[in-house]
Every structure is written in structure tokens, then in C-alpha cells.
Design a protein around this ligand. Structure first.
Ligand code: SF4
Length: 320
């Protein structure tokens, strides 16, 4: 029998699974606070928008620095890209457990689905995360609850287990049926928001992390743009198009060097690391190989002169 209205802290990404977890709990009178963990790799924009449209109480907590430390050295390894999902979930649930205790919530919920993600949502990983986060019996996963051991919240009657779901696996059919039932439209794709799940991004990030210890939001944003590679004692980020060039300008800081060809068409480049004049000449030559050929014309000799002028213009600009 219930003695009070339960209050649950729900880990909320703004994706369909966490939306449905909120709906399943709200439907049985549970008070929800949607908690979003914001980081360098995951912005809160979509989650905030979804929470507003669902009239959920929303709060966010920044875990950028702790998450970055995990990315550098995860205890439970990476997924398909540079995504340390088990460690990352664990971090989030540990933080949620602290808030739960401090603010006297009855428990924590997530939108996890048994078997939906091979690395972090298999039975073993779900059990491990629950135990290590210090949430044994206090963590509820409404979408798969009927396939998992009953939590204290269900045993005490605070939450009605019979009204929760027993979804497992990667098919999203049941989720789509529930979305229709609750009239949920325009939800984002699963894990679409986390840059760490993108393989190409992960490779660039790995290169940068191996190169320099201290990185922050600006460096992380830079990697979204352009070609990134190591050249001598530098990392070069070279814009591929006007949008990339704009992003490079936006994230430039005084600890970097910016090459911006003012009077000739060509890519904006950011140099991270130390460089001397000799390196710079070689870097400039390297950059010129990314100037689009059609802008140069088709005569080889003209090509060479153009490249020479181009490098000269950049040098002049740097010296301005
Ligand atoms: S997808 Fe990204 S934010 Fe989500 S658990 Fe994995 S690393 Fe963390």
C-alpha cells in the first residue's frame, strides 16, 4: 500500500526511451524530475526542448570534466567508437544517487532497455552499474522492469510493477506503439546526440588526446570541423568548407595559431602545439594541397604559381 506520492529522479536524454520511462511512471502518479547530464560531447538543447514540451520538471548537471577523464582511461573499455558507455552510465548514476540521497528522492529511474545496446545494456552490465552506483533496489528501469529483478520500490508497492513494461532487444516496435499511445511525436534518434559514439570523431579525439593532456570545450568543438591530423609537433585542423571555417574561427583561442587566407580562396587552419618558422613553412605547403583544384585552373604551371602566391599571402597575413 502507498503512503506517499513517490518522487523519482529520472535520467533524461530527451530520446524516446527516457520519454517513455517518464510517461510510464507519471501514469501511475509518480512525480518525476528529469535530470540531464550535460557534457562537452552532449548538449542539453534537445533534452530541454523535449522536457518543456512534455511539461517535465527539468534540471541539468555538467559532468564534462569527469566524463573527459573517463574517456581518457575507461575501466570497462570502449564501445564501437571512443564511447566508454559503461563507465559513463556509472558516473551518471553515481551523481544521480548523490542527488537522490541529498534531496530525499525515493529512487532513480532510467530509460534503459535490456539488450538494446550490446555494451552497456546487457543483463550483466545493468546489474554491475546498479550495484556499483550504490543504487541496489533503488534503481528502476520502467521499460524492462518486468524482465529484471523487482526493486525495493516495487516490492514496497510504491511503484506498481504490473504497469511497467517488459521490453528487451533492439527492435523498437513496442516503443513506437507506446509513443503512439502517448501521442509522442518528433523524438530524436537514439544516442544521436553523443559525439563519442561517432567513429570518425572518436579517431580525431584520440589523436588529440594522445597529443595534449589539457583540452576543453573549444578543442572538442574544433574536432567537429575539418580534417584533423598530426604534423611534426603539431595538430592541424583544416576547414573543408565555409561552415568548417566559421566553426574554426568561433573556437579559436589564444593558445592556438590561426591561418586565415584573407585575399585568396582557401581553407582556414588552426594549429595546436608549438611550431617554429621552419615548421610553419612546411605547414603552409601542406595546407595549399587542400586548395581546390578548380579554383586554380588546369595548367600545372599556373597551379604551382598559385600555390606559391597562396602560401606567400598567408605568410604576409600572419605577419600583419
Ligand atoms: S552514448 Fe555517450 S553519453 Fe551516453 S553513455 Fe555512452 S558515452 Fe555516455
Amino acid at each position: 500500500m502507498r503512503f506517499h506520492q513517490p518522487r523519482i529522479l529520472l535520467l533524461f536524454s530527451g530520446g524516446l526511451d527516457s520519454i517513455l520511462a517518464a510517461k510510464l511512471l507519471e501514469e501511475q502518479g509518480v512525480q518525476i524530475v528529469a535530470l540531464f547530464f550535460k557534457s562537452y560531447f552532449f548538449s542539453s538543447q534537445i533534452a530541454k526542448k523535449m522536457a518543456t514540451s512534455l511539461k517535465l520538471k527539468f534540471r541539468e548537471k555538467d559532468i564534462s570534466k569527469s566524463q573527459l577523464n573517463i574517456v581518457k582511461n575507461p575501466r570497462y573499455g570502449y564501445g564501437n567508437a571512443l564511447n566508454p558507455c559503461i563507465d559513463c552510465h556509472l558516473l551518471m548514476l553515481k551523481k544521480a544517487a548523490q542527488i537522490m540521497r541529498k534531496e530525499k528522492f525515493d529512487g532513480v529511474a532510467t530509460g534503459e532497455v535490456l539488450g538494446e545496446r550490446p555494451m552497456s545494456q546487457n543483463r550483466q552490465a545493468l546489474d554491475l552499474i546498479e550495484k556499483e552506483a550504490g543504487l541496489k533496489g533503488l534503481l528502476i528501469r520502467p521499460l524492462s522492469a518486468r524482465l529484471l529483478g523487482a526493486s525495493e520500490l516495487e516490492k514496497s508497492g510504491l511503484i506498481n510493477r504490473a504497469k511497467l513494461e517488459g521490453i528487451s532487444g533492439r527492435s523498437r516496435a513496442r516503443q513506437f506503439t507506446l509513443a503512439e499511445k502517448y501521442g509522442i511525436k518528433n523524438f530524436p534518434t537514439p544516442a544521436g546526440g553523443c559525439l563519442l559514439t561517432n567513429k570518425e570523431y572518436g579517431q580525431k579525439l584520440k589523436l588529440l588526446l594522445d597529443f595534449q593532456e589539457k583540452i576543453g570545450q573549444k578543442e572538442i568543438n574544433l574536432l567537429k570541423a575539418g580534417r584533423v591530423f598530426k604534423f611534426k609537433d603539431n595538430i592541424l585542423v583544416i576547414g573543408r568548407n565555409a561552415m568548417d571555417n566559421k566553426l574554426l574561427h568561433k573556437n579559436f583561442t589564444q593558445s592556438m595559431a590561426l591561418i586565415d587566407p584573407k585575399d585568396v580562396p582557401g581553407p582556414t587552419t588552426i594549429i595546436l602545439g608549438r611550431h617554429n618558422q621552419k615548421d610553419l613553412s612546411e605547414i603552409l605547403f601542406k595546407i595549399t594541397s587542400y586548395v581546390k583544384k578548380e579554383k586554380i585552373g588546369n595548367a600545372e604551371v599556373l597551379n604551382f604559381i598559385y600555390l606559391k602566391n597562396y602560401a606567400q599571402k598567408i605568410i604576409n597575413h600572419i605577419l600583419d
